[in-house]
Design a binder for this molecule. Structure first.
Ligand SMILES: NC(=O)c1ccc[n+]([C@@H]2O[C@H](COP(=O)([O-])OP(=O)(O)OC[C@H]3O[C@@H](n4cnc5c(N)ncnc54)[C@H](O)[C@@H]3O)[C@@H](O)[C@H]2O)c1
Length: 277
């Protein structure tokens, strides 16, 4: 119970990786604010935490809405007295598009949630954490934060690389306030986002052939990495972007190249067909 007495906000934690993170932080004793777009969708995570003897409350807020995020931070302090841990987990991935075909609306939508949302949530907790002289900000990046891994997802790759830049910058800016800032970069976790963004064949190529551990990562396993970074044991770790990918990136670019090339050719053929009509 190394997070006993601490309070965490986990954005986008109605399901998927966010739920796994919220449950592990609660198991370690943290009070957890379960955030997502709809309060009702948070009930599953809140009930799981309450059923295991933890403390949790749901808070509906869109991470792109500055006023709603500020209201969430205020409500957290009112209910639990502090904000010790912020986990910026909420993100979206839009339909795969070549750069030439990507609409400005799609670009803005993905940037809005995946990078501006992270910035707004950080900005909202900084005054409270500074007052406490201590805090932990943990962003959820992706293997796409570190390499070009998902051909056709330029918007997602750019936003997730941006999370690393934000992490590096804020680690310096917030160090004197006692706040550490790190990013955990998951590999393949079988969540709705992963299922929507990839085909079973692509997933098989990545997971079975390319991941040294040879399996999907469980949401709770990402939660374990987050929980460590949130703990006092990680006091000297800041400005880091750590792959939690079962070793995927260590081999990336060699065996997977044919699979990326195939996806690239398929998308370019589709693009030409569309524009030659
Ligand atoms: N699943 C994977 O394999 C994988 C791999 C690498 C990185 N990630 C990252 O992990 C995180 C969680 O992904 P996931 O796979 O669980 O996705 P998911 O789609 O299953 O869950 C994301 C959650 O965020 C919420 N959300 C979306 N927009 C929001 C907004 N504007 N405000 C508040 N909440 C919002 C959604 O409602 C959803 O509950 C994301 O940052 C994602 O980029 C996932």
């Amino acid at each position: 119970m190394e997070l006993k007495g601490k309070t965490a906000i986990v954005t986008g934690s109605a399901g998927g990786i966010g739920q796994g993170i919220a449950c592990v932080l609660a198991r370690e004793g943290a009070n957890v604010v379960v955030n997502d777009l709809k309060a009702q969708s948070c009930e599953g995570t809140v009930n799981r935490i309450l059923a295991s003897g933890g403390q949790a409350m749901a808070f509906e807020a869109d991470v792109t809405n500055k006023a709603a995020i500020q209201a969430m931070v205020n409500a957290t302090v009112d209910r639990f007295g502090s904000v010790d841990i912020l986990v910026n987990n909420a993100a979206i991935e839009d339909a795969p598009q070549l750069a030439a075909d990507m609409s400005e609306e799609q670009w803005d939508r993905v940037m809005g949630v995946d990078i501006k949302g992270v910035f707004l949530c950080c900005q909202a907790v900084i005054p409270q954490m500074t007052k406490q002289k201590k805090g932990r900000i943990i962003n959820i990046g992706s293997i796409a934060s570190l390499r070009m891994t998902i051909y056709g997802s330029l918007d997602y790759t750019v936003a997730k690389h941006g999370v690393v830049g934000l992490t590096n910058h804020l680690a310096w800016e917030l160090a004197d306030a006692g706040i550490t800032v790190n990013t955990v970069c998951p590999g393949g976790v079988l969540t709705p986002m992963m299922i929507n963004a990839t085909t079973p064949e692509y997933r098989d190529a990545v997971i079975k052939r390319m991941v040294p551990i040879g399996r999907y990562i469980e949401p709770e396993e990402i939660g374990e990495a987050v929980s460590f970074l949130a703990s006092d044991r990680a006091a000297i770790i800041t400005g880091q972007s750590i792959a939690a990918d079962g070793g995927l990136l260590t081999g990336y670019g060699e065996d997977l190249r044919p699979s990326i090339r195939k996806r690239m050719v398929d998308m370019q053929v589709a693009h030409l067909a569309k524009h030659n009509d």
